[in-house]
Design a protein around this ligand. Structure first.
Ligand code: AMP
Length: 428
């Protein structure tokens, strides 16, 4: 199948060719004709599948078909909502790149950037707005934007939008849109909450499903190192140094943890930068740029900050902390192995986290291969490290560990995890 066969116009075909895409990905093959035909869609597509182009290309084509060059100022005709600034920035860049040869104008409306500049840009008029919900609501309150001419709405990474508590904002925004409009809902996973949202905002939607739900891309090689917590940093430095990893995204649980690990890796001679929600937008952009251009080898990030990062062919992802929500494992490792490239995803799991690993494997319905020889004294990652049945911290039916206590019976003695004799890792 070619992009021509999907019915895209020459301007879009030229833009796609400039991006170096030779053939549409499965989600593009399915979604583009449906969107061009005016259908609402519910797409279960994880990041890395080419989902952004699958809604952006037909959206641009539909807007260009009825574009009125004499309309001054321009009216906002399409709205794309994304959960994080980074994702919104990337979608914005995609819209600019794919719409390069079309007379359409796009603005990004995200938090952390000057509201004054955004206000001026919105008042000048534009055809497409890419926004995070919170900042868009600020502009709505200040009457800087009129949503009554919206023809197409996209909810990107809707599952994450709900996870982040944006549902009331999304509902408020939806209430301001015309009843007659096309709506495209994209979500990495399709839990019941997304089905309920879809039922209330979509009309007779076509369903697009490209990867099996809760599956991870098969071009990613995954492995688990069982290691005591206190040696994780040493093992990570060793893995980066000895394998000469040039670009590795490291996930940690907390902002504080990100800052601490950044400092420690720098001490170990690894060029590192941290990315988390307490950093200013300027610092976040800089961190990302340094990482993309190879100025730093390691980007240490929290889940929220890393959401939506699109770094071409990112080869290595490390879970320094096991994700608190099993679904986040899929999101995290989806950072690598994108668009057909191969990737490696390594998880450093200490005995206290073993039960979270088991929850992840239950979700994946398979076991992640263990590395038998880690160079450190072996640690047990068996279920016995998970909370015992009827223990107060037992997680029943819930896959979110954030509000549960750590298992009481855990943690080897401080000396128990020392590197095995003769196998101590050298600093890279
Ligand atoms: P997304 O799932 O939208 O985040 O896209 C993931 C990556 O795939 C991005 O770097 C896109 O530039 C790239 N991409 C999108 N469509 C294609 C395609 N048809 N061929 C090759 N790469 C693509």
């Amino acid at each position: 199948m070619t992009f021509e066969q999907l019915g895209l116009t020459d301007e879009l075909l030229q833009a796609v060719a400039e991006q170096g895409y030779t053939a549409p990905t499965p989600v593009q093959q399915q979604a583009i004709p449906l969107v061009l035909a005016g259908r609402d869609i519910l797409a279960g597509a994880q990041t890395g599948t080419g989902k952004t182009a699958s809604f952006t290309l037909p959206l641009l084509q539909r807007l260009a078909e009825n574009h009125d060059p004499h309309q001054k100022p321009r009216r906002v005709r399409a709205l794309i909502l994304a959960p994080t600034r980074e994702l919104a920035a990337q979608v914005y860049e995609s819209v600019v790149a794919y719409g390069k040869f079309l007379p359409l104008h796009v603005e990004a409306v995200v938090g952390g950037a000057s509201i004054g500049i955004q206000t001026r840009q919105l008042r000048r008029g534009c055809d497409i707005v890419v926004a995070t919900p919170g900042r868009l609501i600020d502009h709505i309150k200040q009457r800087n934007i009129n949503l009554s001419n919206i023809e197409i709405l996209v909810l990107d990474e809707a599952d994450r939008m709900l996870d982040m508590g944006f549902l009331p904002d999304v509902r408020q925004i939806m209430s301001l849109l015309p009843k007659q409009r096309q709506c495209l809902l994209f979500s990495a996973t399709v839990p019941n909450a997304i089905k309920a949202l879809a039922a209330s905002v979509l009309t007779n939607p076509a369903e697009v499903e490209v990867a099996k739900q809760n599956a991870t891309a098969d071009n990613i090689t995954e492995c688990v190192y069982g290691i005591n917590r206190e040696y994780k940093r040493e093992l990570l430095s060793y893995l980066i140094g000895s394998n000469n990893w040039k670009q590795v995204l490291v996930f940690v649980r907390t902002k504080h943890g990100a800052d601490r690990l950044e400092k420690q890796l720098i001490e170990d001679g690894i060029r590192t930068v941290a990315l988390h929600g307490d950093k200013t937008q300027g610092a976040r952009n800089k961190a990302l740029e340094y990482f993309k251009t190879g100025k730093v080898q390691a980007l240490v990030a929290t889940d929220i900050a890393a959401r939506g990062l699109d770094i071409d062919e990112l080869p290595h992802v490390v879970n320094f902390d096991v994700p608190q929500v099993p679904e986040d494992y899929i999101h995290r490792i989806g950072r690598t192995g994108r668009a057909g490239a191969s990737g490696v995803a390594v998880s450093l799991v200490c005995p206290e986290e073993a039960w979270m690993l088991i929850e992840i494997e239950k979700l994946l319905k398979r076991q992640i291969p263990r590395i038998a020889d880690t160079g450190y004294e072996p640690v047990s990652l068996k279920v016995m490290d998970a909370p015992k049945k009827n223990a107060p911290h037992k997680v029943t039916g819930k896959k979110d560990f954030r509000h549960t206590k750590k298992p009481a019976n855990r943690a080897a003695k401080p000396t128990a995890g020392k590197p095995a004799a003769g196998k101590a890792r050298k600093r890279p």
